[in-house]
Design a protein around this ligand. Structure first.
Ligand SMILES: [Zn+2]
Length: 454
């Protein structure tokens, strides 16, 4: 057994105690009455970094909750890794569905139950413990490390965005590591290599200057609700192909291994999702497997339609205005600003001539693709293989992780999205848990990942 392995094995119990101390602090970032707890959780993280031997450790004040920063930069000539985590948690409602108190860490069947056990205190703490183990055993770290922990991930993350954009030179690094994701299944290690971006819009359709009576004007008056229905129906065909000219032009081809995984679906993820959704048949592009559609293809979804009369009974109104909330999820390489322009043009093109249409850009965010061939990804892959005895799966998430895209965009380096959560960890829900086995394995993986990077 290596000295490192011996140290980790010997201290597993204390590592868990340190996590439990952090978990008992109810750092719910979105509830103002917990502001003091949020700060205490930040100080707890800073104390951990100080104990490891990090320099310049402190809380960075922001408009909202503080960031925690610390660095160890004594590995001359070695790469610098920026590590991200978050110390805030989601609210706990409905509290009556928790089997043990949400802020009292409790072990049942090898799982640690507590709000934040996985997301993201458990995952951040395992990184701290990997750093501690390396530092204690070797007297140094194999790479330079900057740690930045935020307290608003569950509440919009505005402060860290502002900080990263304002002080990119302080965060200069060769790679970033975010430990806030999960694995495809127990014993199937995975790394996220792709995230989708998004544009979220409101399409506003106007007809007459005011609402009209259908008995007086019907047959002649433009009806914005009909026009909106036409526009929506023309934007996507019955087979799920999106009619936004130019949208598909810049799509990057997926890796061959991804294609195989999507086609074969060895974990039967599509079946599980079908069951969970309670539908007999999936929608969308039939020529692509469902797993590819939900992670690597563009989407166009209508989220809501506003307009006209929706009360009880009847009112023969021809509304003056109708609106729809429409979003597009964007695979990496599709830039949100460019897609907004394409979408706006497409909407105008399919709009009937008797109405005026405006498209409002409500918000946008970028996707991300990290090549498995980049040096930090190779190090992460090797580390997972060493601990789990299996080559990791490269997966994609259909949603976005704004901080990952932000790091990639502003700092311009690869982002390793490697986490140890499991699909049944109940994130954001009652009875959130973290597998202790995953916690202890994660410490070993991260320690090995840093050694391989160095
Ligand atoms: Zn999280």
């Amino acid at each position: 057994m290596t000295q490192l392995e011996a140290y980790i094995t010997e201290h597993e119990g204390r590592f868990l105690e340190d996590l439990n101390g952090w978990l008992r602090i109810p750092s719910i970032s979105t509830l103002p009455e917990h502001a003091g707890d949020v700060r205490r959780a930040a100080e707890y993280a800073a104390d951990q970094l100080k104990a490891i031997g990090f320099a310049n450790v402190g809380l960075i004040q922001t408009q909202g909750h503080p960031l925690v920063y610390g660095e160890w930069l004594k590995a001359a000539g070695k790469p610098t890794l920026l590590i991200y985590g978050h110390y805030d948690v989601q609210p706990v409602d409905p509290v009556e569905l928790w089997e043990s108190p949400p802020f009292e860490p409790t072990v049942r069947n090898g799982n640690l139950y507590c709000r934040g056990a996985c997301d993201d205190k458990g995952q951040t703490m395992l990184v701290f413990k990997a750093l501690e183990s390396l530092m204690t055993v070797n007297g140094e770290l194999p790479v330079n490390v900057k740690v930045l922990i935020e307290g608003e991930e569950e509440a919009g993350g505005e402060s860290i965005e502002h900080y990263v954009k304002t002080y990119p030179e302080r965060l200069k690094c060769d790679a970033a590591f975010i430990c806030d994701t999960g694995m495809a299944a127990k014993d199937i290690p995975s790394i996220d290599i792709g995230l989708r971006g998004i544009i979220y819009t409101e399409v506003e359709v106007r007809g007459a200057r005011r609402d009209l009576h259908s008995g007086v004007y019907g047959g002649m008056a433009p009806n914005p609700l009909h026009a909106l229905a036409l526009i929506i129906s023309r934007l996507k065909d019955a087979d799920g192909h999106i009619n936004v000219p130019g949208l598909y032009d810049k799509l990057l081809p997926p890796l061959p291994a991804e294609k195989t995984f999507w086609q074969e679906d060895p974990l039967h993820i599509a079946d599980m999702l079908r069951e969970e959704m309670g539908v007999a048949q999936f929608s969308g592009e039939p020529e692509y497997p469902p797993l590819e559609r939900i992670t690597a293809r563009p989407t166009l979804e209508v989220h809501g339609i506003i307009g006209g009369f929706v009360g009880e009974g009847a009112k023969t109104v021809i509304p003056a205005v109708a609106k729809a909330k429409i979003s597009l999820r964007l695979p990496p390489n599709l830039k949100s600003a460019e897609v907004f322009t394409l979408f706006e043009r497409a909407v105008q093109e399919v709009a009937p001539p008797d109405v005026t249409v405006k498209v409002h850009d409500l918000h946008g965010g970028e996707g991300l693709f990290v090549s498995p061939d980049s040096p930090p990804m190779v190090a992460a892959t090797e580390a997972l293989k060493e601990v789990y005895g299996k080559t990791p799966l490269f997966t994609r998430s259909g949603g976005s992780i704004p901080i990952a895209a932000l790091f990639h965009e502003v700092l311009g380096m690869p982002v390793v999205l490697m986490g140890f959560g499991l699909p049944d960890d109940n994130l954001h829900a009652p009875n959130e848990k973290y597998s202790l086995d995953q916690f202890y394995k994660g410490i070993r993986v991260v320690a090995s990942f840093l050694l391989k990077m160095g």
